[in-house]
Design a protein. Structure first.
Length: 194
């Protein structure tokens, strides 16, 4: 059995969204299969945004994020869920990742080499992105630039690999049958810890 972490990156916790339903389906499949599961709801966390490199390198992790950082250290596989906003992840999720992926945790230095050891190696991830546009348009016309940036410049930077993608496009026009199909797919992925 695996240790799984769901990072729910939808910034609006005032009402359930498709991101929440998909994450719940994944969690249901994971728990039914006997996996251990923790969840981080970024919208429910209170933390400041980083404003300087010095603050990121030498500042302390906000107290409200210690449990989230501990969950990242604990897990073997992450599911990161968010809606595409202005072509990228919501700013709140980006701010969260900047806070938790600090030197001494996400990577370790040796001498003058700040990036000598990737601190989160040995973990895999799936990134689930919902969007209004068709997923094929995002992937092939826009080349999924923000998703590739997350995979290469954040997850890969700290050693998380492999990273798999699930893109759910056209969410405003999603039929009930299509919604049920996506929920079943996420339930299966959760059961497989994939």
């Amino acid at each position: 059995m695996s240790r799984l972490l769901i990072i729910q990156g939808h910034p609006d916790s005032s009402a359930p969204h498709l991101c929440h339903a998909l994450a719940d389906a994944y969690a249901s499949g994971a728990l039914d299969a006997g996996h251990e599961l923790r969840r981080v709801e970024v919208a429910q966390l209170d933390f400041p945004l980083l404003r300087s490199q010095t603050e990121w390198q030498q500042g302390t992790l906000p107290v409200g994020l210690q449990e989230a950082q501990d969950a990242i250290a604990w897990c073997q596989h992450l599911l990161i869920v968010f809606p595409l906003w202005l072509g990228d992840m919501p700013a709140l999720l980006k701010g969260f990742l900047e806070q938790v992926a600090r030197p001494g945790f996400a990577f370790h230095s040796e001498g003058n080499n700040m990036l000598a050891k990737k601190g989160l190696a040995g973990r895999s991830a799936r990134v689930l992105v919902t969007m209004g546009m068709p997923a094929a348009l995002y992937r092939y016309y826009f080349r999924a630039h923000s998703l590739k940036s997350l995979e290469r410049n954040i997850l890969g930077f700290v050693g998380i690999a492999p990273v798999h993608e699930t893109l759910v496009g056209g969410v405003e026009g999603l039929s009930e049958a299509a919604r049920k199909k996506w929920l079943a797919r996420l339930r299966k992925l959760g059961s497989e810890a994939a």
